[in-house]
Ligand binder design. Structure first.
Ligand SMILES: *Cc1c(COP(=O)(O)O)cnc(C)c1O
Length: 225
């Protein structure tokens, strides 16, 4: 891999982001060596999709990396990442909250979570429906139900379409839902601050709609092999 090209792409991606938007470098399918190169350029937050792959790479890399799990997480794989993961972006069902809470408590730590919302016009994307999130929150204080978790906000993936107006409206819907939940009072407004939305192809629309975290792989590392 060409380190100069990596540095240029990284600088371009970072340069296009407002300062308040956190960059999660998506390193799925990248080797520990590639990740180390980006780390050496200053990046600390990395996102991974595959639990075993993350479990295997984590010990080979610096301890101060902040690991984000951004993909669909099977309940029986939580154990591979619970002892070190910082934030789990794609939490889409209560059974997963239960398992994350249990494993976090066993590890004597807390784990940050983002509730994933199905905002796309596609069957394939995971996530709670907005009404399911409303019902979950209406059931009472989330924090007391899952005390080892920290509810940090929402995550969503927009429809994969050329219609960027639609993409933007979907992201705006997610931002509006976060505000509504805070008003409802069952999430902690001081913690429920994050909106994880935007990837290489739709980052501008996401930022315009209020994203606080973008998950970018290809635009930094190049096409996945
Ligand atoms: C792969 C992936 C990304 C990054 O996608 P790029 O197009 O490589 O930027 C972001 N979010 C999720 C959930 C992903 O699976």
């Amino acid at each position: 891999m060409d380190t100069v090209a990596l540095a240029e792409r990284y600088a371009r991606v970072k340069g296009a982001l407002p300062e308040h938007v956190k960059l999660i470098a998506v390193s799925k399918k990248r080797t520990a060596e590639e990740i180390q190169r980006l780390y050496d350029l200053g990046q600390r937050a990395f996102g991974e999709n595959y639990p075993q792959e993350l479990r295997d790479k984590q010990p080979e890399l610096p301890e101060d990396i902040e690991w984000h799990f951004i993909g669909h997480l099977q309940t029986n794989k939580v154990k591979y990442i619970a002892s070190f993961v910082h934030l789990v972006h794609g939490v889409d069902r209560e059974a997963l909250l239960d398992e994350l809470n249990k494993r976090a408590a066993t590890s004597g730590r807390t784990i940050g979570v983002l509730l994933q919302v199905h905002i796309a016009q596609e069957e394939t994307k995971h996530g709670f429906l907005p009404d399911e999130i409303r019902a979950l929150c209406a059931g009472g204080d989330l924090q007391s139900r899952w005390p080892a978790l920290r509810f940090r906000g929402l995550m969503g993936m927009a429809t994969n379409t050329e219609d960027l107006g639609q993409v933007r409206r979907e992201f705006e819907g997610l931002a509006a839902l976060r505000k509504e939940l805070i008003k409802g009072g069952t999430v902690n407004a001081l913690l429920f601050t994050e909106l994880s939305m935007g990837m290489s192809g739709d980052v501008e629309e996401a930022v315009a709609a209020g994203s606080t975290m973008v998950r970018i792989g290809t635009a930094i590392f190049g096409e996945r092999g």
